[in-house]
Design a binder for this molecule. Sequence first.
Ligand code: MN
Ligand code: MN
Length: 458
Amino acid sequence: MSERELAYVQKHAADLMNAQEKAKCEAYCDAYKQYLDASKIEREAVKEAIRLAEKKGFRPFSRGLKVSAGDKIYRNIHGKAVIFAVVGKKSLAEGANIAAAHVDAPRLDLKQLPLYEDSEIAMLKTHYYGGVRKYQWVTVPLELHGTIALKDGTSIDVKIGSDPGDPLFCITDLLPHLAADQNKKTLGEAFTGENLNILAGSWPEEGSEKERVKASVLRLIHEKYGITEADLISAELEAVPAANARDIGFDRSLIGAYGHDDRVCAFAELQAILEVENPEKTAVCILADKEEIGSVGVTGMKSYAFECFLEDMCDCQGVKLRHCLERSYCISADVTAAFDPNYPEAFEKRNNAKINYGIGVCKFTGAHGKSGANDAPAEVVAKLRRMFDDAGVIWQMCELGKVDQGGGGTVAAYMSVRNLVTIDAGVPVLSMHSPFEVVAKLDCYMTYKGIKALYASK
Ligand code: MN
Ligand code: MN
């Protein structure tokens, strides 16, 4: 064997792709950007995914419904998560090909009693959701999205800021002229959770005597939504960055947007399953909620909602769920950290994901001594190598940053606990969890190709 054959050399995607493939990548990314703009929060990401899937013939799957090979079904989980499946020719006793991504993203949630007035300015209290670096969220234009559930069982969707004519919101910060004390604090101390209060108005209600500005805001909310302050108690309102997905760089090779983590993998799965026709094994696409806070809650990946769905399908075929799970294969499709030349000290160059080197495969995640990781068995890694190489997927092996620098988790550990072999793979991201994350188009496209390869696997 030659020296070149003996060594493993990673190649930049530019050296591996032809013009036809590049054009496909561009078209795929255009569709992804549209999906992102329609999906600023998890509920919208689920709604948009279902809308796209129904156009392709997917139908809601209710218990007892008969399913046969080729059927395209889905289950909406409380409007905040969704599972799609295309029924395979083989029995579920032979296992399914499963991909799991999440559609929640770090953000600022409004508290249940958010509105108050201070110094004749109306403000909204927030409680941050997921891992946010608080300093990144001040002086950033914000939109307000979510839902208000009413006592009568109905609910009202809220979406303020996505129309060009809409007002926006923001959180103020100190001017440099008066920041002497703040400048002495550490980055982690200078911005506190209780200080992330959103500007909500400043003009007083006519004829009102005290808290006149709050009164005016309540009046406007009532006029628009017909609700009172008490109704906000059962609302989920999320402040998210007010910017749509845009190409980045002179060469437009990157996409900047809020919420790539993990809608970039969610869309890859979605697009892949929308194209599945009569697979050998049943293909399953999970878009989960709550990953950013530990996959908790009824819509998170620890919830039995997943078993419920899969068991209902197994029941149709007289198959035991546990037999299906132990023969299935799962890709936990979640983003990883891309090497950032501005911060080389946080990364280990030889084992870090690089933008434009394809979908990043992580054998393990976790922190310190792999604590909290899934750590996929070597055989599971080998199967992924085979699947991706056979399908011409450009991929790279990686781990998240330097040992003991930090760490992170995905849904992988909660999939494998079900006796379901699982491996992490997803798009490398710059500025992860910030209001404006950046990914390379090529890596988005290769993640979609990777999931397609999984669904085609026999
Ligand atoms: Mn993620
Ligand atoms: Mn995340």
